[in-house]
Ligand binder design. Structure first.
Ligand SMILES: [Cu+2]
Length: 101
């Protein structure tokens, strides 16, 4: 009995290890959202917004555009979330909402 249990246990340990490993890979995938920022009133506003978004830990890329009054943000969902991004723009003086695609 012992001789059968041991390899089974080892196999299950390896399997669990592999599952958590692949979940880590999935968590490392980045997410991109577009935020509507109607308060950007001149061409310098997007610079402030972009700087504020880039300061949020977990943000890998932030682009903001005055012509569309939007910011496109790529982030690691394991490290931050949309609420934190909206809070960052609001703290910089620009309230934002998630753009409906
Ligand atoms: Cu401005």
């Amino acid at each position: 009995m012992q001789s059968i249990l041991r390899p089974t246990f080892l196999f299950l340990t390896l399997l669990l290890g592999f599952i958590s490993f692949s979940q880590n890979i999935a968590a490392a995938e980045s997410k991109t959202v577009v935020l509507d920022i109607p308060g950007m009133t001149c061409k310098f506003c997007p610079i402030t917004v972009r700087k504020a978004l880039n300061k949020v830990p977990g943000v890998t890329e932030a682009k903001s555009e005055f012509s569309t009054k939007t910011a496109t943000v790529t982030f690691d969902p394991a490290k931050t979330n949309i609420e934190a991004l909206m809070k960052a723009t609001a703290n910089a003086g620009y309230k934002s909402t998630l753009k409906n695609k």
